[in-house]
Write a protein that binds this ligand. Sequence first.
Ligand SMILES: *Cc1c(COP(=O)(O)O)cnc(C)c1O
Length: 389
Amino acid sequence: MRRIYLDYNATTPLHPGVLEVMLPCYKSIFGNASTIYSFGQEARKAIDDAREALACLIGAEPEEIVFTSGGTEADNFALKGVASALKGKGGHIITSSIEHHAVLFACKYLEKMGKKITYLPVDRYGWLDPSRVKEAITNETVLISIIHANNEIGTIEPIAEIGKIARACGVYFHTDAVQTVGKIPIDVNELGIDLLSLSAHKLYGPKGIGALYIRKGTRIHPLIHGGEQERKRRAGTENVPCIVGLGEASKIAGKEMRQEYSHVKKLRDKLENKIKDNIDYIRFNGHPTERLPNTFNVSFEFIEGESLVLNLDLKGIAASSGSACASGSLEPSHVLSAIGVPPAIAQGSIRFSLGRENKEEDIDYTVENLVEIVGRLREMSPLFPGRKD
Ligand SMILES: *Cc1c(COP(=O)(O)O)cnc(C)c1O
């Protein structure tokens, strides 16, 4: 059977070039990078090269990169680390209502610890008006944390404007850029970012590795205490093969991202248009223009998203209902709720997120099957007005 993967926002397969540089690491670069003999120094050199490649991808200095176990740890580090370092200044944090759970639940935790958190609303496209950020700042605000692009609906937030506001008010600015690094060009200086989270497995790198960019001079406490790795900002013996994999994924993204994503966007638009032309009672979620080139989220009325996902799977097609982390729960997605999708319609939502291995034929095959499945499932719904019984 054909297998078509349309869930690149959940995770991506390793790029063959990434695997190629990782394998020799597992075989021979096994030294501890904190040791001074040559086994260790080879590992140190491999880590330094990867750090430089990643820094280059986002316009940072290598010393400003701290490797973490992934995007989740980077988000927790940014929020808890700044809240702890600046606890004397009051602990007000501004964020949005459509953050990834790694940010949202870290904020809920800080709230329980007595910090004040403002969750800003977004418009029906999931777009945050920067003037709301400005109005929310008080003299106790220590951090603004706004997702760069949302993983479920793909909306890209006006990060540059928010960065300017944060700078003018002397407040640190963190962005969860897990969905944008490697998909669209990013320069931390142009965007006025002080802290940025990223994750390797969303850009064709390995799982279990990511990084937090920390602008030089930013006050932040470590999340993990122990040895002196990562300039005392993240203790623990480095995961050399995965760090090397992230470095290689960064190099490849820097070279290929523009071309790759113009191809991916063409396929995404084709899928979106064909669905629009062939299926009725649907609603598109996310911003019409300010959106990731690979993502679209659509609600099919009178259908359960989970049944749709399982039926697509029977045809070898992988897509998600809600975010990967939230599926399995019956609660409608907090992101779809925040943009005003009624719960009954939110339940019938699917996210398609495309990537480098998708082909033109995949789109035709997907739409053909989708039309058939949606028709069949709707025939079973007592609420569907088009029922032929
Ligand atoms: C995937 C994702 C994360 C979590 O990253 P992990 O490396 O899987 O921990 C955080 N934020 C966003 C927006 C994501 O899409």
